[in-house]
Design a protein around this ligand. Sequence first.
Ligand SMILES: N[C@@H](CCC(=O)N[C@@H](CS)C(=O)NCC(=O)O)C(=O)O
Length: 211
Amino acid sequence: MPDLQIIGAPQSNFVWACRIACGEKGVPYELVPVFPHTPEAEAIHPLGKIPAMRHGDVTLYESRAILHYIDHAFPGAPLAPRDPVGGALVEQWISLHNTAIDPLLLRQYGLAYVFPGTSDGSPDRARIDAALPKMGPHFALLDRAVATTGFLVGDKLTLADITVLPLLYYMTKFPESSAMLAAKPALSAYVETLLARPAIADTIPPPMPTR
Ligand SMILES: N[C@@H](CCC(=O)N[C@@H](CS)C(=O)NCC(=O)O)C(=O)O
């Protein structure tokens, strides 16, 4: 059994990013498919979030830290440039994703479909309609960023792409976001190309369990 554990439900975009990094790096791992706020998550993440990671004596939480660890602790082609500028640009994208893109596109908009919290389980239209006017600039920004090389940083896959791709995959699942994505040719081609990589194609998340 591999001694690296990725702890978290495969539906989580952040868990998926960690799994993609392992796949791209050729690192074997065991997926411990638990939801947030379960004992396994609480044992490592102080807020009970997923992903968490265990590797021998090393425990980590927060996808960004786990991605950094996977990239640096194991052999294989680097998933971030080791020069200061390239490495900082990868960090810049991960930070922008985690603090602005994910909170709007997935937490506010996407989860209004998946976990609407409405009395009849229908999508939370108020939350969706409040998000929509703010979403266009995010798709435009990403479209411009990948237009030249097909990657967010430099000319090969990095942790920046690995962080952003899972969110973009989920954007293909909801009506307004899939239309916004389809209207951006470079970004659409980027998503299609990345989804064909074995490390990504082989780990496409299952649907959310129905309650
Ligand atoms: N900044 C964290 C975010 C992790 C996160 O929000 N995970 C979600 C699942 S996709 C979660 O655990 N949500 C439960 C909660 O926020 O309480 C990371 O990058 O790992």
